[in-house]
Design a binder for this molecule. Structure first.
Ligand SMILES: Nc1ncnc2c1ncn2[C@@H]1O[C@H](COP(=O)(O)OP(=O)(O)O)[C@@H](O)[C@H]1O
Ligand SMILES: [Mg+2]
Length: 326
C-alpha cells in the first residue's frame, strides 16, 4: 500500500500470542524518501491496541444497554400515558354524566317540592291544576332527558346486546321523526321526505338504529335553532350495487367548520353550551353503525348546512354478517 500510494499507511492486524489469545496490532508504516524521490526505507511502528479495542467494545456495549434501557423507559412512559389518557376520558365521562344528570334531577326535585307545598296548603283549584299540569310536563321532559343520557351511555358502554331483527328503515325513520316532532316544531324545522318506496328490509338492532336516527335528527334540529328554522331533508335509498341501504339527513343549518370535521365523532366533542350537549351523540352513532358493518359520513360546508349519510348493509338473517357481540 505504501509503495503503491506513495504515502504512509495504517492497518490493524490480528496476531495470536503464545497463550493463543487474539491480539490487535495497529501497524503504521512511513516511507523514507531517497534523493531521487524513490522510497529508500520504511519506518514501521507497531502498537498493541487490544486493550484499547476491549475498552471501546465495552463502551459500545454500555451505550447499547443505555439505548435499550432508554427505549424501554420510553415505551413504559408511552403505555402509562395511554392508560392515563383512557383514565382521563373516563374521568371526563363521569364528570359529564354527573353534570348532565344533576341538572334535570334538580329540576324535577324543585317541581316536586313546589307541588307538595301547594298541596299542603290545600289551595287547590283549577288554576292550581293547570299549574300542576305544567310542572308535570316539565318533570316529564327532564325525566326523558335523564333516560336519554342513560340510554346514550348504555349504547356507549356497549353493554347492550345487539339483537338483530328485520328492520324497515322507512318505518323507523317515520317513527323517530314522530318521537322528535316536538323538538322539530320548537326549532321551526320543515320536513322534506324523499323515501325510496322499494327499500328492502335490513337485519339490524332496531333500538340502536333508532338511537342513531335520534342523534342525527336532534343534531340537525339543534343546528337549525341558530338559523331560526330551516329544512330537514330525510332521504332513504336502496344501493343495489352495494347490497346496502342509505339513509341521510341534510339540514340547512350553519354547517360545520372544516377544523371540526375530524373531531366530530370523538366522544365528548361538543361545541354546544355546557349542559346542552355531552358530545356523545355522534360517537355513539358511529359505534352503532360500525357494529352493524356500515358507515357514517358527513359532508358540510360552512353556511351550506350539513349532511350525515348512513350506509348499512342488507344482511341475510341466515348469513348473520353483522359482527355484534353475543
Ligand atoms: N347537523 C349539524 N350541523 C352542525 N354541526 C353539527 C351537526 N351535527 C353535529 N354537529 C357538531 O358536532 C358536535 C358533536 O355532536 P354530538 O356528538 O351529537 O354531541 P352534542 O350534540 O352533544 O354536542 C356538535 O356539538 C356540533 O358542533
Ligand atoms: Mg348531539
Amino acid at each position: 500500500e505504501v509503495i503503491k500510494n506513495r504515502k504512509a499507511d495504517q492497518q490493524i492486524l490480528t496476531r495470536v500470542d503464545h497463550k493463543g489469545r487474539v491480539r490487535y496490532i495497529e501497524v503504521t508504516m512511513f516511507p523514507i524518501w531517497g534523493e531521487k524521490g524513490e522510497i529508500s526505507k520504511f519506518i514501521e511502528i507497531s502498537r498493541d491496541i487490544t486493550d484499547k479495542k476491549k475498552k471501546e467494545e465495552q463502551i459500545r456495549q454500555r451505550l447499547e444497554r443505555m439505548v435499550e434501557e432508554r427505549t424501554r423507559e420510553l415505551r413504559q412512559t408511552h403505555e402509562k400515558l395511554l392508560h392515563q389518557d383512557k383514565m382521563a376520558s373516563l374521568g371526563k365521562l363521569a364528570a359529564s354524566v354527573v353534570h348532565e344528570i344533576n341538572n334535570p334531577v334538580a329540576g324535577m326535585l324543585n317541581f316536586i317540592l313546589l307541588m307538595k307545598r301547594i298541596l299542603e296548603e290545600k289551595d287547590f283549584d283549577t288554576r292550581t291544576a293547570d299549574q300542576f299540569l305544567q310542572y308535570l310536563g316539565l318533570m316529564e321532559a327532564e325525566t326523558r332527558r335523564v333516560s336519554r343520557i342513560a340510554s346514550n351511555l348504555l349504547a356507549f358502554s356497549r353493554e347492550s346486546k345487539l339483537e338483530l331483527k328485520h328492520v324497515d328503515m322507512n318505518r323507523l325513520v317515520e317513527r323517530t321523526l314522530l318521537l322528535n316532532a316536538n323538538l322539530l316544531k320548537i326549532n321551526r324545522v320543515r320536513l322534506k321526505k324523499l323515501q325510496d318506496p322499494d327499500l328492502p328490509e335490513i337485519m339490524a338492532s332496531e333500538d340502536q338504529l333508532q338511537q342513531v336516527l335520534m342523534n342525527l335528527i336532534s343534531n340537525a334540529a339543534e343546528a337549525m335553532e341558530s338559523t331560526d328554522g330551516g329544512t330537514l331533508t330525510v332521504e332513504t335509498r336502496h344501493l343495489k350495487k352495494d347490497k346496502a341501504i342509505m339513509v341521510s339527513f341534510s339540514d340547512t343549518g350553519p354547517g360545520i367548520p372544516q377544523k371540526n370535521i375530524s373531531k366530530l365523532f370523538e366522544p365528548f366533542f361538543t361545541t354546544k353550551k355546557k349542559g346542552k350537549g355531552v358530545g356523545l351523540g355522534l360517537s355513539v352513532a358511529y359505534g352503532i353503525v360500525e357494529e352493524h358493518g356500515g358507515t357514517i359520513k358527513v359532508e358540510s360546508s360552512p353556511g351550506g348546512g350539513a349532511t350525515f349519510r348512513v350506509v348499512l348493509p342488507i344482511i341475510d338473517a341466515k348469513q348473520g354478517g353483522a359482527h355484534g357481540q353475543s
